[in-house]
Design a protein around this ligand. Sequence first.
Ligand code: E4P
Length: 219
Amino acid sequence: MKFFIDTANIEEIKEAQSFGVLDGVTTNPSLMSRENIKGEKNIIEHYRKICLEVDGDVSAEVISTDLDGIINEGELLSKLDNKIVVKVPMIKNGIKAIKHFSSKNIKTNCTLIFSSGQALIAAKAGATYVSPFIGRLDDISIDGLNIISEIRKIYDNYNINTQILAASIRSPMHIINCAKIGSDVITSPLTSIVKLFHHPLTDIGLKKFLDDHYSVNKK
Ligand code: E4P
């Protein structure tokens, strides 16, 4: 399973990249705004900076919702770097644009997926990735992981190679359960990735090993 970090914060991306386990980055307009990135020139420049920091795909989301606008924005973004994946919302014009991008070998991430039917349509249009938002489903008492299982089943039935990119991750258990189900990718905030490192028995065990070593060796 690939690990993407869900942030537009360069320091967080650098930290995750330093672990040596990072496979890519996803951003969205809210995450870009959180970094106070405004104006087309600065937005483009920020995507370039992100691409310099990471070995792997970088999702950059379009703002337009009309077909020509999505296509123009997506083509511009895709020219920035071959790591760029054009992130397109799951709307009718988004699906038409994904079909267009797919015919031009431009990578896409169909975002705001909340049902397996949406994931099926996006795959048929040729999306490289689909992003089911599991945390936001959990937030409204719908089992987000169940959507991942349904999409996995459908894609496996037909050997569909669109990758399931589980998004809106809220906890390390989301990551572990996505791995159990067979999600191709998770995109997570840095905090949930870092929580995977920890176990109290690891800390207790390491302390004991070091205490025993230094009980007979000088520091
Ligand atoms: C997906 O690509 C989105 O950027 C993201 O995972 C949404 O997460 P949120 O529900 O925590 O905003």
